[in-house]
Design a protein around this ligand. Structure first.
Ligand code: BGC
Length: 485
């Protein structure tokens, strides 16, 4: 009998009865590949802190550390009606937010599915789609017309450089988007042109990353919030730094932005360790990167975010079936050979399978790739899903660990959003355990001082609060960007 490794996560579901020695040995091998020890997490966090600092330096580094030009903490008193749009991975969301000025808000939203072909289509297709959705929304919710122009916060969840708040020069697409002629361009005038083409009375006042929005919206309602995080199709985090501690802004700020002014930073830490110095990459991660539209980019994200979790499972199962010939004997593998046939909902639902014989797993695999599974195979598959989910949750905590260490936070609410955080089974438990291992809190500490809390709607409410803060600055004649931007 082969014993499973000591590093195995404590919460393994089910038993391995009926699984033969060969497959048990294989499980052990994958445990070795996919389990990240507490010690490794701490080593990653230490390296991560240095990389965050490099990103703020004049020379720069792998992590972009983009100043977001939000230079106040929200007070909760922001008030007014704002539109927000959120161009996410799969949907375009249009939100009308009414900020109450007393830490409360009301919002009304419509979601428009982004047609699959648009993700890799043309720039005009994408921005016409947005213009058209905005028109539909305004026609529906303002049937009597609009007085003046509606201020809009544009949540653009891709790495975009900002010399001012209403600018966003796309550095590179992520999460499978691949549209020509947008990288290297400021998306705000492109969006504004499309708004004008569709004749909608809207002015884009701010461009916001989803993490910055999450940070600000959560601070609007929760004064303990210090980080804004997305664990979804992509991963990223935002926090407030102090302008005097951002060397790359030295000499670029007008005198109305003092050295002790706060500044929201969109880290874009999905690109952490693009140099491959510290993350425990497997051959599957390497293959995913090599076959992606932007090889060499977003190394951290490609190991942990929702966009890639189903793909890691697929590659491992293909290896087990095709190369090792240990599972799916005499089955047609053609559908399993299709890249990205599974999104993160497949490993998530396999982990959640409540039946002893894993019949949901049987249905999911047969339904998606036409392969019949045996009971021992399903047990192996479920174990692999646990390992993939656990690795994602544990590594995801390194970003939080690094920001808190860098800023010296001893206590914090880390406001999180995204499909993996909200829907992936056990993510929250696994993440909390990893944070404990990273910070090594003593047993006397009864309650974890740094915890993850569910965020307020960052891309809607956050965008609205940022639009309100920007309007206030502009009214006071204060700068919202670098000198001359
Ligand atoms: C993008 C970030 C975004 C994150 C979460 C990443 O792929 O580069 O800008 O915050 O996904 O949506």
């Amino acid at each position: 009998m082969v014993h499973l490794g000591p590093k195995a996560p404590q919460h393994r579901k089910g038993t391995f009865s009926g699984v033969n020695e060969q497959l048990l040995a294989v499980i052990k091998e994958y445990e070795g590949l996919l389990t990240v020890s507490g010690e490794k997490l701490r080593q990653i966090v230490d390296h991560f802190v240095g990389e965050l600092n490099k990103g703020l330096s004049k020379a720069g580094g792998n992590i972009p550390m983009i100043p977001g030009w939000v230079m106040e903490f929200p007070t909760g008193k922001e008030k007014g009606d704002y539109l927000a749009i959120d161009l996410g991975g799969t949907n375009l969301r249009v939100v009308l937010v009414k900020l109450g000025g007393d830490r409360t808000f009301d919002s009304t939203q419509s979601k428009y599915a982004i047609p699959a072909e648009i993700r890799t289509g043309t720039r005009d297709q994408l921005f016409d789609f947005i213009g058209d959705c905005l028109k539909k929304f305004v026609d529906e919710f303002f049937p009597d017309g609009v007085e003046g122009e509606l201020p809009l916060g544009f949540t653009f969840s891709y790495p975009a450089s900002q010399d001012k708040i209403n600018q966003g020069v796309l550095q590179q697409w992520t999460k499978g988007f691949d549209i020509d002629d947008v990288e290297g361009h400021d998306v705000v005038p492109i969006l504004q042109a499309s708004i004008e083409k569709y004749n909608v009375p809207i002015q884009v006042v701010a461009l916001i990353n989803d993490t910055t929005g999450t940070l600000v919206s959560s601070m609007y309602t929760d004064p303990e919030a210090k980080l804004g995080l997305i664990f979804g199709t992509g991963v990223n985090g935002a926090y407030y730094d102090v302008t005097g501690d951002i060397p790359k802004l030295e000499g670029k700020l007008a005198s109305d932005i003092p050295a002790d002014s706060v500044m929201a930073i969109n880290c874009e830490y999905g690109s952490f360790d693009n140099e491959h110095l510290v993350l425990p990459r497997t051959k599957y991660d390497i293959q995913i990167d090599k076959e992606s539209p932007r090889p060499g980019k977003q190394s951290f994200e490609k190991m942990i975010s929702g966009y890639y979790l189903g793909e890691v499972l697929r590659l491992i199962l293909l290896e087990l079936a095709e190369e090792k010939k240990l599972i799916f004997v005499n089955q047609d593998l053609s559908k399993l050979k299709k890249a990205y046939v599974w999104d993160a909902s497949i490993p998530a639902r396999i982990e959640e399978d409540p039946f002893e014989n894993l019949s949901d797993t049987q249905d999911l695999i047969y339904g998606s790739v036409g392969i019949q599974t045996t009971s021992p195979e399903r047990k192996v598959i479920r174990r692999l899903c646990e390992l993939i989910g656990d690795r994602s949750a544990r590594l995801s905590m390194c970003g939080i660990g690094a920001i808190c260490k860098k800023r010296g936070y001893k206590t914090a609410h880390c406001a999180a959003d995204g499909s993996v955080y909200n829907k992936y089974p056990d993510f929250k438990v696994r993440a909390a355990r990893a944070l404990r291992e990273i910070f090594q809190w003593s047993d006397e500490v009864k309650e974890d001082p740094i915890i993850i809390v569910p965020a307020e709607d960052g891309s809607g409410v956050g965008a609205a609060v940022i639009a309100a803060l920007t309007e206030q600055r502009l009214k006071k004649g204060l700068s919202v960007g670098i000198i001359g931007a």
